[in-house]
Design a protein around this ligand. Structure first.
Ligand SMILES: NC(=O)c1ccc[n+]([C@@H]2O[C@H](COP(=O)([O-])OP(=O)(O)OC[C@H]3O[C@@H](n4cnc5c(N)ncnc54)[C@H](O)[C@@H]3O)[C@@H](O)[C@H]2O)c1
Ligand SMILES: [Zn+2]
Length: 420
């Protein structure tokens, strides 16, 4: 199919496009771009038109149309850490407030006209973005939003805010969101059948306010999931002390959570983002462990038994480290004993149940490959994956490296056998 043969939008698609403020035909352009596996940046060789420009802006978070140079964001996001939930009151007046439903139930926030969202990956969708915009219009289109929740709520609501140009304050309520998802300006939704976080944009928060008190109600499984992103940040920074601290938190979550640990970990990401806001180079390193993680999450989602993002990242981190070792990039895995202890938190049976298959079947491998093919680091026919690299420091190398199919599969088998 070529661009000019694209089908017209169905009535349902037209309805969705209208609610999102997108030109008619944008969804067809997006579907075609995914089907052709177009790269993230570059020339689409597409006819000019509003639908193409809109699609290009959100496809894999921004192909930059070549007639338009994307301006550098004013990186003025403030980061604060406050001790008590009552310190957040200032962010709850005269705003459109989107809040995770569980959080709203567990913590009585004094916030009128709150819109709540059930945080599931299925709700991280264009339909939910449209619904948030509908309710925003109903509430008189306030120009400022406060978004309270974990990574799902922040991702989907910040995308909606970006579409209408609203200013945002982010209040992360999960460990993962405090150290990762709330920072860096990225947002997005899933776009089945093309996988996780495939549509989105950059929209910088005015302020991110962390309050560790939220973590008192966060279930242990969610704390563990978030802890894996802490492990990732420590590996990226090549900071073995921090790595050990996060591995200890995984094994036994501290109470209360040390502010300094949250702050130091968040700063690793914000410093990288400041240097490379649009992920043209160094920022790619933040995807360490995520090529496999996103594929696992997508297969599990298709199977109707979603995997927690952080849990998938934990497995992805082991995979990237084993690949790095198999390819001779590292001789030894940092903090191996402590890492191996934490491997007990991941399990073959949980993974097999989520993926709906034995871990070593050809059918499962083909499904994983389907999603590997959507990976934004893919170039040509080869998958490019981030590896740990010991040449200078024992830290993740931001330049993805080509890995052959044979090695990818062999190391996947090795990994599944290592899981308890
Ligand atoms: N934009 C980014 O840069 C970025 C980075 C990392 C991850 N993510 C995304 O974040 C998502 C995962 O987010 P997550 O792990 O933060 O959690 P989540 O939003 O999936 O929430 C997990 C669960 O915890 C509940 N919850 C949230 N806060 C709570 C609290 N204080 N007490 C009790 N329950 C609470 C939620 O209702 C939900 O059931 C994934 O979709 C991932 O792709 C985005
Ligand atoms: Zn992640």
């Amino acid at each position: 199919m070529r661009w000019h043969d694209l089908p017209r939008s169905s009535a349902t698609e037209r309805g969705l496009e209208q609610q999102l403020g997108w030109a008619e035909g944008t969804l067809a352009v997006l579907q075609h771009a995914f089907a052709c596996q177009l790269p993230r940046y570059g020339d689409w060789h597409a006819p000019v038109g509003t639908a193409f420009v809109t699609a290009a802006r959100y496809y894999k978070r921004g192909v930059v149309p070549h007639d338009k140079v994307q301006p550098l964001p004013a990186l003025r996001t403030r980061l604060s850490i406050v001790a008590q939930l009552s310190d957040l009151q200032a962010y709850l007046t005269n705003r459109y407030i989107v809040c995770d439903q569980q959080v709203a139930q567990l913590h009585a926030l004094a916030a009128p006209a709150q819109v709540t969202l059930v945080a599931t990956e299925a709700h991280k969708s264009l339909a939910m973005v449209a619904e948030l915009l509908r309710q925003w219009r109903e509430q008189g289109s306030p120009p400022q939003w406060t978004i309270i929740g974990g990574g799902i709520t922040l991702d989907v609501a910040a995308f909606a805010a970006a579409l209408c140009g609203a200013k945002i304050v982010l209040i992360p309520t999960t460990l993962l969101a405090m150290i990762d998802a709330a920072h860096g300006g990225k947002n997005g939704v899933n776009f089945p059948p093309w996988g996780k976080n495939q549509l989105g944009t950059y929209h910088w928060a005015e302020h991110v306010v962390i309050c560790p008190a939220w973590l008192q109600t966060l279930p242990p499984t969610e704390l563990q999931a978030g802890g894996w992103e802490g492990v990732k940040h420590a590996l990226i920074a090549g900071d073995e002390e921090l790595l050990l601290a996060w591995l200890q938190c995984l094994a036994r979550p501290p109470r209360p959570w040390p502010r300094a640990l949250l702050q130091k970990t968040a700063y690793i990401k914000t410093a990288i983002v400041q240097r490379d806001p649009y992920e043209r180079g160094e920022r790619q390193v933040l995807n360490f462990g995520h090529t496999l993680a996103h594929a696992l999450e997508a297969v599990a989602q298709d199977n109707g038994s979603p995997l927690r993002h952080g849990y998938a990242v934990g497995i992805g981190i082991f995979y990237a480290l084993l690949l790095s070792q198999a390819l001779g990039k590292i001789q030894k895995i940092p903090q191996l004993a402590a890492l191996s202890n934490c491997r007990a938190l991941l399990s073959q049976s949980t993974l097999a149940r989520a993926l709906g298959d034995d871990l070593n079947t050809d059918t499962l491998w083909k499904k994983l490959q389907h999603y590997f093919a959507q990976d934004k680091k893919r170039r040509g026919n080869k998958l490019w994956i981030l590896l740990h690299d010991v040449e200078a420091l024992p830290r993740a190398n931001p330049e993805p490296q080509a890995v052959s199919e044979i090695v990818l599969r062999k190391v996947w088998q090795q990994l599944t056998q290592l899981l308890p």
